[in-house]
Design a protein around this ligand. Structure first.
Ligand code: AMP
Length: 191
């Protein structure tokens, strides 16, 4: 099984690169952001609670996203592997993911981290907000808050995988196809 954590701040290109990786490796895409937005759209209690936090650019509680991932792993036992996009975002989530995968005798193969500076991120997110309809991409203060959440709570996750020898950093600025090739090389040398 190929189990990939695609890591990076909001706007780093995780969604774009996920699609290309999935195409090539036939992985199941697990994006906690997408799963939460589906809950909001469906008007569930979980969605309503998550929306209040997402509208402020704040992370939702670990238990909520861990529960969603747990369900998705159960639903996809026959998968060739998973791509985790926007998850784990805290060390607690990373530990929980390890435990869940171990219960299936599986583990994370590699973390690919897309590296993009803050100014470029803000530019990209505002551009995306003009067409995506995502409210959290349309306000500069909210974008800054999300990047701050990332810097404070999510960057330690990179060290978590670095300590396991599973971290690969990739320059996230440049042509989409060139970045994809670099990611493929990283996967091929570790998988
Ligand atoms: P994203 O689509 O990954 O940019 O996520 C949008 C929003 O959903 C984030 O700003 C968080 O509020 C929430 N979210 C998504 N994934 C997670 C996660 N793994 N942990 C906590 N909150 C999350």
């Amino acid at each position: 099984m190929l189990n990939l954590v695609l890591f990076g701040p909001p706007g780093a290109g995780k969604g774009t690169q996920s699609e290309k990786i999935i195409d090539k490796h036939k992985l199941v895409h697990l994006s906690t952001g997408d799963l939460l937005r589906s809950e909001i759209k469906a008007g569930t209690e979980l969605g309503l609670q998550a929306k209040t936090l997402m509208d402020q650019g704040i992370l939702v509680p670990d238990e909520v996203v861990i529960g969603m991932i747990d369900n998705k792993l159960k639903e996809n036992k026959e998968a060739a592997g998973f791509i985790f996009d926007g998850f784990p975002r805290t060390v607690k989530q990373a530990e929980a993911l390890d435990n869940l995968l171990h219960s299936y005798n599986e583990q994370i193969t590699v973390m690919v981290a897309l590296v993009v500076d803050e100014e470029e991120l803000a530019k990209r997110l505002l551009l995306r907000g003009a067409t995506s309809g995502r409210p959290d991409d349309q306000n500069v203060d909210l974008i800054r808050k999300r990047i701050q959440e990332y810097n404070e709570k999510t960057t330690p996750v990179a060290d978590y995988y670095r300590q396991q020898g599973k971290y690969v950093g990739v320059d996230g600025i440049g042509e989409i196809d060139e970045i994809f090739i670099t990611i493929c090389n990283a996967i091929d040398t570790t998988a």
